[in-house]
Design a protein around this ligand. Structure first.
Ligand SMILES: C[S@@+](CC[C@H](N)C(=O)[O-])C[C@H]1O[C@@H](n2cnc3c(N)ncnc32)[C@H](O)[C@@H]1O
Length: 243
């Protein structure tokens, strides 16, 4: 099995923007998220986007007046991010998000970790380490927004484990989920049409199964208050405020 970084290099990063329906559509969804969650700066206007990918959330936040620091480990996605961000005030860092959060000295009015990034961490201990760091990083009265898939409450069974992610006349991308204890092994299956016909690439990586109630309890124990909990198309979004 690959680690997360290797999986992104081998298969996911080159098709990531296509997979989410294109950069403009992703940006529009993130602008809507920023509007709907009323994510307007009121204090320092410093925002931190952990696992920022190609920057759709960071860009939407910067357009709304935030001074954004964005962290990701994928060179390919960070390069795409740089192309899309233009002159917006966004500082990009290539770093592991837990290491970055642990060594950061500044405080942020907003910290986001969206799109199932949290489950990419290698162990529950690293998730707990990130929560310890969030408690330090988020300024009093500041907000923390997390979104991740719930692979615990209703484990997928049988044919439900095959997820048709996206397809067009050049690519077909399906994902197969295999539950293994604390992890779900994600098998990404990609067919791409070339001059010689269809080519198959397969790669897998582990994601953590995080129980929503456990995540909330751990964060409440660290001084956060749950303000909003929403569940849409398999993705849970938690919005918390630092007391
Ligand atoms: C599923 S994508 C989500 C991207 C973006 N937040 C979104 O909502 O579209 C997960 C991202 O986390 C990054 N990532 C995975 N593990 C990471 C880690 N330990 N530190 C920093 N970034 C990480 C990946 O490179 C990828 O860009």
């Amino acid at each position: 099995m690959n680690d997360v970084g290797e999986h992104y290099r081998r298969l996911l990063a080159p098709i990531y923007v296509w997979m989410v329906g294109g950069a403009e559509a992703a940006l529009e969804r993130n602008r809507e998220l920023v509007r709907a969650a009323d994510l307007a700066p009121r204090g320092s206007a410093r925002a931190l986007d952990l696992g920022a990918g190609f920057g759709a959330t960071s860009i939407a936040l910067a357009e709304r007046g935030w001074n954004v620091t964005a962290v990701d480990t994928s060179d390919e996605l960070l390069a795409e991010f740089a192309r899309l961000a233009g002159a917006l005030p966004i500082r990009r860092e290539r770093a592991d998000l837990v290491e970055f959060a642990e060594r950061a000295r500044e405080r942020f009015e907003l910290v986001v970790c969206l799109g199932d990034t949290l489950t990419h961490l290698p162990s529950r201990e690293r998730v707990v380490a990130s929560f310890d760091a969030f408690a330090r990083l988020v300024a009093p009265d500041g907000r923390l927004v997390l979104s991740f898939r719930d692979y615990v409450t209703k484990p997928l069974e049988g044919a439900e484990r095959f997820i048709p992610v996206r397809s067009d006349d050049r690519r077909v991308f399906t994902c197969f989920l295999e539950i293994q204890g604390e992890h779900v092994i994600v098998h990404d299956v990609l067919y791409e049409r070339g001059d010689d016909g269809w080519k198959l690439s397969v790669s897998d990586y582990p994601k953590l199964r995080l129980a929503p109630d456990w995540v909330v309890a751990e964060l409440v124990a660290r001084g956060f208050e749950l303000e909003q909990r929403a569940f849409e198309r398999g993705m849970l979004t938690l919005q918390l405020r630092r007391r």
